[in-house]
Design a protein around this ligand. Structure first.
Ligand code: ZN
Length: 364
């Protein structure tokens, strides 16, 4: 049984990094009123992506690389008391080397809540395009809306993975390999822009929204999906999955998205969190809590890791997953009460005001 988080390596951008060591104000609202949620060491971070007992060499490389990105050996998650944004400090995105080491196989899901929820919203819009998806992966979402809702020549996908760019070109879309903030080749403005599971990977969110303000037509639409922070916090509080930087460096609640949208000409139209079936939660929790125990030496889960590639190794892993089930029971009962707010992602729909653009307001 191979358990993997639902959200894997889908960043559409590799942001430039800055090595800022002094405590930084909130990157969304500039407030200095921050609470530290937790602090991770570079060793813990490396262990969360690549368990040393499974692959020592890759773990050590990753450990060194995370320290070079951070410019230090630890990183704290700060929670802004004003807008609700929580962020990694140092606020530095993972780069290509990080993603190649941490997620050697890329995974792109074909069906996601945010895809179906966005398509539902698009039914109520007189969709003529053009549209842009940032971090479009293999183009799974774009293929759901084109050619059914829009001709392919009205569709642009932006993606770092060359395989994704090829796949999208083959489908007749305009495909760009690049970064939203540095790519200046856009001659057009878009009726809708999609960013699914992208924003949480990026530093400098205000530059991203400045660019979005430039790119979206007046009255145009912005659809965003990010991991649901209620679920992240639940997992972290119950010793399951840790949402580790520098993969995810921003945690976005509706309040922070509303704030940054409003400062850049976008109004919140709707937000939604998917339903979470109890049996799915249990399955994920068994997997995530196993992964978490696996990171600790001396646990059955950690020990089971060394047999992974051997004959019968998977059966040993599965036994280690199931052995913990009785211990997870109190967590499941707790989750059951909160289930409606624990869906895997937060989806939002924003709309740009009808006023001409260029009215970006900066709140310092
Ligand atoms: Zn803030």
């Amino acid at each position: 049984v191979e358990y993997r988080p639902d959200v894997v390596h889908e960043s559409g951008m590799r942001a430039s990094s800055s090595s800022c060591k002094a405590p930084i104000p909130c990157p969304v609202c500039s407030s200095g009123d921050l609470r530290t949620l937790r602090t991770f060491s570079s060793k813990e971070a490396a262990q969360a992506f690549v368990v040393a007992e499974g692959d020592r060499e890759r773990h050590d490389q990753l450990h060194g690389h995370i320290e070079s990105l951070w410019g230090t050996d630890q990183c704290s998650i700060r929670d802004c008391q004003v807008c609700g944004f929580a962020f990694a400090d140092p606020f530095v995105s993972g780069d290509k080397i990080f993603y190649d080491l941490a997620f050697p196989r890329d995974g792109y899901l074909e069906n996601k809540f945010e895809f179906s929820r966005t398509i539902e919203a698009l039914q109520h819009i007189d969709l003529t395009g053009p549209v842009l998806e940032v971090g479009a992966g293999m183009g799974h979402f774009l293929k759901k809306i084109s050619p059914s809702l829009l001709p392919p020549d009205r569709v642009t996908g932006m993606e770092f993975n060359p395989r994704g760019v090829e796949t999208m070109s083959a489908a007749g879309f305009r495909a760009i390999c690049g970064d939203l903030r540095s790519d200046l080749s856009f001659q057009e403005k878009f009726q809708a822009v999609f960013l699914f599971q992208v924003l949480e990977h990026l530093d400098d969110p205000r530059s991203v929204f400045e660019k979005l303000n430039e790119l979206v037509l007046p009255e145009g639409h912005l659809f965003i999906a990010v991991p649901n922070i209620d679920l992240i916090e639940f997992h972290e509080q119950t010793d399951a999955l840790q949402d580790m930087p520098p993969n995810h460096i921003g945690r976005w609640p509706v309040s922070a998205l509303t704030h940054i949208g409003a400062s850049h000409g976008f109004e919140m139209v709707a937000s939604a969190v998917p339903a979470y079936a109890f049996h799915r939660f249990i399955r994920h929790d068994l997997g995530y809590s196993y992964l978490r125990r696996m990171q600790r030496r001396g646990t059955l889960a950690n020990w089971s890791r060394r047999f992974r590639r051997m004959r019968g190794g998977r059966a040993i892993g599965a036994a280690a997953v199931l052995a913990a089930a009785p211990l997870r029971l109190p967590v499941w009962l707790r989750a059951r009460k909160q289930l409606p707010k624990l869906g895997g992602c937060l989806w939002v729909h924003m709309q740009k005001s009808a006023r001409p653009s260029g009215k970006t307001e900066h709140r310092e």
